[in-house]
Design a protein around this ligand. Structure first.
Ligand SMILES: [Zn+2]
Length: 444
């Protein structure tokens, strides 16, 4: 293991609380970096992070933490060491669809095309796609991902194939009457209970208001509350979804009515109000997109403590109206970032695209030039952790947090640290997840 590289011994004694921590830990690893950025705290020049098992036990200055003789040390060199990124919305199993769906004129055309592609895939396609997506995320600094699982059968196999901290949300779709919502939810709960090898708590994902019926949303929310699970859904992603619920008309309305969906839940208010009527809005809920909001929706999402996941490259791909970030932020909604899937990321000919939260951060910065790099980095770390109910455990480096951290080359000024992170391209220099190297540092 590379963590045994550059082991040093030090003779002087640490000070204060660090002494008591160090004395109680037998097997520890001390990581040194030019800059340590806890994100929840200001950057630390010549910093260090002390890891024991799968936890961070101290974050501080190298000169304070390095003064203990019995522990291994890894000098990461000219890097910023920071928490791994939290991707709050992804579909790993669609990774290999990259470039197969050109940007559509209409959102419903994309839905029809992806449904066709999915019908032609088998388990081995989904498995390869899931694992390839997971590798992309690890290489590009994500350590935790909220993943919507359309093919839960493959989870026992793929979980073991990645070091990622995966929060799997099992997808449920049901618009026609031949399967009762209670049976769909029950089957999903039984599937969750039967799975072994979770990296993060499981969750439920009723796909979207338009692909479900109110009873499915209601039962999902009740189950999530009872089981202390989280929920995620795609909310108000397209203008045609907003029109369908708010006005009871439009292309999506006509298409789904022809498909046999009971449309009596339409024409009653915005998609967000629809979720509220179904009792689905709570602090357990992560809504992806929320691109089209009614006048009072931002206030409603805040009141219910709902988390919004913005996926900037997917937003660009569909040419949606500008994302209402300022309205949501002003209302106090927790907004975090996700990659969504590569089925909805623009790919030019001969270009390779990958699941990469740095690309998402840069896409957001292009759309919101007034938004500071610091706020964007917090959206990809702290805010995602909060959304997943993991505040203090992931998305920051703090005493007691999981040892999920990444190192990026950084030789600039400390004052520019957030801009440096935002502009990082390519793979990370090192990644540790749950106290183990997912990408080991190379000796310098
Ligand atoms: Zn999605």
């Amino acid at each position: 293991m590379a963590d045994s590289l550059m082991t040093r011994s030090h003779n002087s004694q640490p000070r204060g609380y660090q002494l008591s921590i160090l004395n109680t830990i037998n097997s520890t690893l001390l990581l040194r970096a030019r800059v340590v950025l806890p994100v929840s705290q200001p950057p630390i020049r010549e910093g260090a992070v002390l890891v024991s098992g799968n936890r961070v036990v101290a974050v501080g200055r190298w000169r304070d933490l390095s003064a203990h003789r019995r522990r291994r040390t890894v000098d990461l060199g000219e890097v910023v060491l920071m928490p791994g990124l939290v991707n709050a919305h992804c579909h790993l199993d669609y990774t290999e669809m990259a470039g197969q769906l050109p940007p559509p004129k209409k959102f419903s055309d994309w839905l029809k095309l992806i449904t066709e592609i999915k019908a032609g895939w088998d388990y081995s396609d989904y498995t390869a796609s899931w694992l390839n997506g997971a590798r992309m995320l690890v290489r590009t600094g994500t350590t935790s991902v909220a993943d919507v699982e359309a093919v839960p059968e493959l989870l026992p196999q793929v979980w073991g194939g990645t070091p990622l901290r995966v929060f799997s949300f099992l997808e449920m779709i049901g618009i026609r009457g031949h399967r009762r919502p209670a049976a769909i939810v029950q089957e999903t709960v039984e599937r969750i209970d039967s799975l072994k090898g979770y990296r993060g708590p499981p969750g439920l994902s009723p796909h979207a208001p338009y692909t479900t019926v109110p009873e499915l949303l209601r039962l999902s929310a009740q189950t999530a509350r009872r089981r202390k699970w989280r929920l995620t859904t795609h909310l108000a992603e397209s203008a045609m979804e907003f029109e369908m619920f708010a006005r009871g008309r439009g292309e999506m309305f006509d298409w789904l009515q022809r498909s046999g969906r009971d449309m009596s839940d339409c024409g009653l208010g915005s998609p967000a109000q629809h979720l509220e009527r179904c009792g689905a809005l709570s602090e357990r809920m992560l809504v992806a997109h929320a691109n089209y909001l009614g006048k009072w929706d931002a206030a409603l999402l805040t009141r219910r403590k709902v988390h919004v996941v913005h996926c900037p490259r997917c937003h660009f791909y569909f040419h949606h109206d500008p994302f209402p970030l300022r309205r949501l932020a002003k209302a106090g909604v927790n907004v975090c970032l996700g990659t969504d899937s590569l089925a909805s990321v623009y790919k030019a000919r001969r270009q390779t695209v990958e699941l990469n939260l740095f690309e998402e951060m840069r896409a957001l910065a292009r759309n919101e030039p007034a938004l500071s790099a610091r706020k964007i980095v917090r959206m990809a770390t702290l805010n995602g952790a909060l959304a997943l109910g993991m505040g203090g455990r992931i998305g920051e480096l703090a005493k007691g947090s999981f040892a999920d951290l990444v190192a990026l080359p950084f030789a600039g000024k400390i004052a520019d640290i957030y801009d440096g992170i935002l502009h990082h391209e390519g793979d990370v220099a090192a990644s540790m997840i749950d106290g183990r190297w997912a990408i080991a540092p190379t000796p310098s």
